[in-house]
Design a protein around this ligand. Structure first.
Ligand code: PAF
Length: 282
């Protein structure tokens, strides 16, 4: 069991970083809490690669474009702290909204171009402005050497990498593989909102992606997309999008290329689930 220290204010976390961890290499794992095994793989990696690991737990209101999604986002601080304790020594930064966004807070604007207009950018207006602002603010407060993000949020990782380059930030963004349950379901905080039967219904997501990878061997992109749409039409999930994109620009592909990636979002009841899979080797 590790030692967990929790800080709720910017002043308190900055003073411990300045006095006790001045020369330390800091790893940051930004989260919105409701932690799961997927987060733990990020935490483990950070513990291995840094002198000190900070996990931020902050449900960022400005990245939600839907009030009920924000309200229903799972929160469970006690359980989160217990899970983190099992990983080793971790510092938790769990600020309030007014700590992250004080009255004099100046929002940053990052022009994302097409990357910000497709997939999540198209279906969740303003989402990436919120992500860019909170991640940039966390970087400003903590000054990590490494920051860890899951590949499940494939577009988010691309946006954060782009932001780091554009703002010339002095840190390394580390993308970590998707953690999947034995069933194939990608770990997500939102899975906590699924009923027993929905957990089974949601398996169509990983099954459709696996099928797309098989079909990508000898079918065209259009055929693979049509097949995925048929799989969802025969299920109880409502597909929002299924796209096959360039892994760097996130633009739809017309012809196969190395690293081609399938990205999708589907509703299982009220719960919006996200997943992706690389269909062609990079
Ligand atoms: O992926 C998430 O949990 C959030 O988008 C992040 C990166 C913590 C920013 O709020």
């Amino acid at each position: 069991m590790g030692d967990i220290k929790v800080f709720k204010t910017v002043v308190s976390i900055q003073s411990i970083l300045q006095f006790d961890y001045k020369k330390s290499k800091i790893g940051l794992v930004p989260t919105m809490g409701a932690l799961h095994e997927g987060h733990m793989t990020l935490v483990q990696r950070s513990i291995k690669e840094n002198d000190c690991t900070i996990v931020s737990i902050f449900v960022n209101p400005i990245q939600f474009n839907n009030a009920s999604d924000l309200e229903n986002y799972p929160r469970n601080m006690e359980q989160d702290l217990q899970l983190l304790k099992e990983q080793g020594d971790v510092i938790v930064f769990a600020p309030s909204v007014s700590e992250v966004y004080p009255e004099n807070f100046q929002t940053v604007k990052l022009e994302l171009g097409q990357m910000g207009l497709v997939m999540e950018g198209k279906f969740r207006e303003g989402h990436f402005d919120g992500v860019v602002n909170v991640v940039n603010r966390l970087f400003e407060i903590i000054h990590p050497a490494h920051a860890y993000f899951g590949l499940k949020d494939f577009q988010q990782l691309a946006v954060v990498q782009y932001m780091t380059k554009k703002f010339a930030l002095d840190l390394k963004i580390v993308g970590c593989e998707i953690y999947r349950e034995k069933s194939g379901l990608a770990s997500s905080s939102r899975n906590q909102r699924l009923t027993e039967s929905q957990l089974i219904e949601a398996l169509v997501i990983s099954q459709a992606l696996k099928q797309a990878k098989i079909s990508a061997i000898d079918k065209s992109i259009q055929e693979v997309i049509e097949e995925a749409k048929r799989i969802f039409a025969a299920s109880s999930l409502e597909l929002e999008y299924f796209q096959i994109v360039d892994p760097t620009t996130l633009m739809d592909l017309k012809e196969w290329k190395s690293g081609a990636h399938a990205c999708l979002t589907a509703y299982c009841g009220e719960v919006r689930l996200l997943d992706n899979l690389q269909l062609k080797p990079a």
